[in-house]
Ligand binder design. Structure first.
Ligand code: GEK
Length: 246
């Protein structure tokens, strides 16, 4: 990715009097690549496997969607791995700053597979003819009441045999397990250079914005939306990635 995407995330390094809710604005977009790699255990693995999974499940004449595509990491991985030309990729994100940089990042990446980027709320998109749908760390930012409808719409827009990849930060019913994974996540951030102040200020900024749910809640909702063969293919502490099939 271009150099401007590689700036170091120091957004919460200085003490802030009143922490505002986290938003995906220009400031976040410009440090996002560094931020997500140092904040989400397993992010690189999930991104590279997104491409590999898409390679297996893409069907000729269909569309692969990356919903909440940010800077295009999932799109680039799919472009790298998919071996048919008979498909296209649609990336959706409601942050104009993210879509702008995503457009830059993907513009020279493929002459074989067309990429269409849409700046919109994923809840307003009508999916169709999808063989692959990716929700990598996006559902967690969608208001709880909208999540079931979104998954139903995705299911409806998929072709039989289509694959959904759903990656999320999760919470645990058992309090000791919750504490262990939360602390291990903070250790992960510490070892990647975040200070205790950065960790606690970012946590406060995300409190009302990133709403994790349990694995059981995700499984149940996916089933109710119509998906089957629901499987956790990756977990590192409180971060999971799930595959589900139509
Ligand atoms: C990656 N998948 O690099 N509609 C559209 N986009 C949204 C919405 C919405 N309602 N809400 C949030 N977003 C990416 C990482 S980041 C995850 C995804 C994170 C977008 C938001 O603008 C942001 O770009 C993305 O979802 C979430 O693999 O920051 O932890």
């Amino acid at each position: 990715m271009p150099r401007e995407n590689n700036s170091k995330d120091r957004l919460y390094a200085e003490p802030v009097e009143k922490i505002q809710d986290f938003v995906f604005d220009q400031k976040v977009a410009s440090v996002f690549q560094d931020m997500i790699r140092r904040s989400v255990p397993g992010y690189s693995t999930i991104i590279s496997m997104t491409g590999l999974l898409a390679r297996r499940f893409v069907q000729p004449g269909t569309i692969c969607y990356d919903l909440g595509c940010s800077l295009g990491a999932g799109i680039l991985s799919m472009l790298k791995c998919i071996d048919t030309d008979q498909c296209s990729i649609v990336g959706v994100d409601n942050s104009p700053a993210m879509i702008k940089q995503c457009r830059e990042n993907t513009k020279f990446s493929s002459e074989r597979i067309p990429v269409h980027l849409i700046c919109a709320d994923v809840n307003d998109i009508i999916l169709g003819n999808a063989s692959v749908a990716v929700l990598n760390f996006t559902l967690q930012f969608i208001p709880l009441v909208q999540r079931a409808t979104l998954l139903k719409n995705i299911y409806e827009g998929m072709v039989p045999g289509g694959l959904l990849i759903l990656s999320e930060k999760i919470k645990f019913e058992d309090q000791r397990t919750e504490k262990m994974h939360r602390e291990m996540h903070h250790d992960f951030k510490r070892i990647h250079g975040y200070s205790d102040l950065e960790i606690s200020q970012k946590r406060a900024a995300l409190e009302r914005v990133l709403l994790p749910e349990t694995l059981n809640t995700h499984r149940k909702r996916l089933k109710e939306a119509g998906f089957s063969s629901i499987s956790v293919w990756f977990q590192c502490f409180n971060f999971v990635s799930i595959t589900a099939l139509k």
